[in-house]
Design a protein around this ligand. Structure first.
Ligand code: HPA
Length: 248
């Protein structure tokens, strides 16, 4: 029985490799009927059935995005599969651009709120049962905060933009004015679907870059992957510790 699942975003797949090294069983997404396979670099498309320290946990190495042209149905398919497998708590990770002035590359942000201008409310998600105020679990955030890390762990508001282009500097200024702390292109559809399915959800952003216009650094997918690789080992240690503490 799997009670916990972790969706690993861009460049954060190392936790899946560690679970594999510990004896986890690997299933390629293309072996699972109807499960869409990621096409973006850094998203391996593998499901790892955890054992040992992460016994009872499923790790999903990679996701598909709306910006790849997938429907909401396909973007949230994995979550409905997890629901059928009995998952009750879901950790959803992503790479994100930092907007809050105090955020640095390599920091983590636990989502305490989100905004998006997209229609991500799937028809299968009953909006009356999914009040956005209840989306991000206080309990899971509390447990995550109780695990020490050498990385700075913030709590903040995530904005999901459609992508696939990064934001313009003007859009980043708009988001900052609106009170957004970090920006990315994922997480919200899966989290809404999970919450509607009755799961507790923890959103985790890894700040892989400062958002567009906040630095002279070029912003591209390679930079995002490189920054994620630099924090990889500590991120893996921390997320394993969080998952162990969450075991029901
Ligand atoms: N914007 C949107 N998505 C992202 C970013 C960003 O700056 N960094 C990583 N994913």
């Amino acid at each position: 029985m799997f009670e916990t699942a972790v969706i690993l975003g861009s460049g954060l797949g190392a936790a899946g490799r560690k679970a594999e090294d510990l004896g986890g069983v690997v299933v390629s997404y293309d072996q699972v009927p109807y499960l869409p396979c990621p096409a973006v670099g850094g998203h391996a498309g593998r499901l790892i059935l955890g054992t040992g320290e992460v016994d009872g946990t499923l790790l999903l190495q990679g996701r598909v995005h709306l910006y790849e042209g997938h429907s909401l149905d396909r973007t949230t398919f994995a979550v409905r599969m997890l629901q059928l497998l009995g998952v009750r708590q879901l950790l959803v990770t992503n790479a994100a651009g930092g907007i809050n002035d105090s955020y640095r590359v390599g920091d983590l942000m636990l989502l305490k709120g989100h905004c998006t201008f997209l229609n991500v409310q799937h028809s299968a998600v009953d909006s009356r049962r999914t009040p956005a105020t209840k989306l991000w679990s206080d309990r899971l955030r509390h447990v995550a905060r109780s695990v020490d890390s050498s990385l700075s762990v913030h709590e903040g508001v995530y904005a999901m933009m459609q992508g696939p282009n990064y934001e313009t500097p003007a859009e980043v200024q708009m988001l900052k004015t609106l009170g957004v702390d970090a920006v990315g292109m994922s997480t919200v559809p899966e989290s809404l679907a999970a919450s509607a399915a009755g799961m507790d959800v923890l959103g985790i952003s890894c700040i892989t870059n400062l958002a567009s216009g906040l630095t002279d650094q070029p912003l591209n997918h390679n930079e995002v992957s490189r920054a994620a690789a630099e924090v990889e080992s500590e991120f893996v240690r921390w997320i394993f510790a969080v998952v162990s503490r969450l075991q029901l």
